[in-house]
Design a protein around this ligand. Sequence first.
Ligand code: SAH
Ligand code: SF4
Length: 372
Amino acid sequence: MIEALLATAMRTPKALTHAQMVSLLACDQTDALFQAAYRVKCETLGKRVHLRGLVEQGNFCSKDCYYCGIRKSNRAVERYALCSDDVIRMALWSYEQGYGSVVLQSGELASEEHTRQVEHILMELNRATQGQLGITLCLGEQNEETYRRWKAAGAHRYLLRMETSNPVLYAQLHPADHRFEARKQCLMMLQQIGYQVGSGVMIGLPGQTLDDLANDILFYTNLDLDMIGMGPYIPHADTPLGAGLTLDDDFRKRQLILGLKMIAVTRLQLHDVNIAATTALQALDEEGREKGLLAGANVIMPNVTDVQYRANYQLYANKPCLDENAAKCRNCLQWRVQSIGEEITWGERGDPLHFTKKDSRHVLKTNTRHRL
Ligand code: SAH
Ligand code: SF4
């Protein structure tokens, strides 16, 4: 039965029902599942991996998500904020190394000063690279004007994880003033403004079921997302959700397998989106990211933040590469990607095919309308 399901999903995008996704997520035939998803990835997008240099701009955050190591109530964290010149230097280093894109990520801040700083960074990066560098923002919920200003200043993509598509579970993971609907509205606003939009969930959360995970994939489908960034939940001891949970070998293995299965089923459902093999996979298994690629992911986000800041940007425990500088990471990554027979698309922006197709349909429609 699993073989028949895989064959249908490989042939036709968006063919899986909720119940079929649950069966795939529950199945023990992981090799067959991963191979099927990897074949879809290779046939749709080639044996190619896009890189995004990740700049962790700062760990000040106005929010208090119960699972996150840099939540505002965690007094054990030393707070930092990079100056604009440092962010620009790290992003341009990535560009010069041939990483076609960068991701600027931080805790959530909403102030005119912050909006203006990001605007300045975006304009400088676009000027210095003649608009060649792909820029993704991952700076949380903002108002429409801020999203518009950042788009006008040169950002291309925005990553905002829903964390879960189940509003009840969402409410258990966040204080009452962190609102599920408000976050969802942000995703729709970002799409209307014209960003390439990505979202995702944490996988293996306490209280989360396979039903929830299948619904998460339907949520990606219904929202018509361009990019998926999701990873296993990893407890952090200094958080309400993570206190008392131990990261033993069994737990790691379970989280890793579930994370890989989610990548595979998402790829079988959404053939042409970009899917990241996130760092959380690598925190559970040294080869977690390569395994993610072989389960259908096509993007890796190497950390390019100066080593001195990394220990203070621990969203979860056991974060890898805390003491490896960006140049060392680059070599290690190239070797790792080549070792599984994939190729890094040096110097390419790596826009999601899903978005490019939508965009060309839109241009075609607009041109036709002008001619009439
Ligand atoms: N503040 C921004 C971006 C930084 S947090 C935002 O929240 O959108 C980026 C992501 O880290 C979050 O969306 C969440 O999915 C992930 N994260 C936080 N704590 C985590 C944990 N304990 N395990 C796994 N992922 C975690
Ligand atoms: Fe802040 Fe993002 Fe962590 Fe929530 S997940 S506490 S918004 S950094």
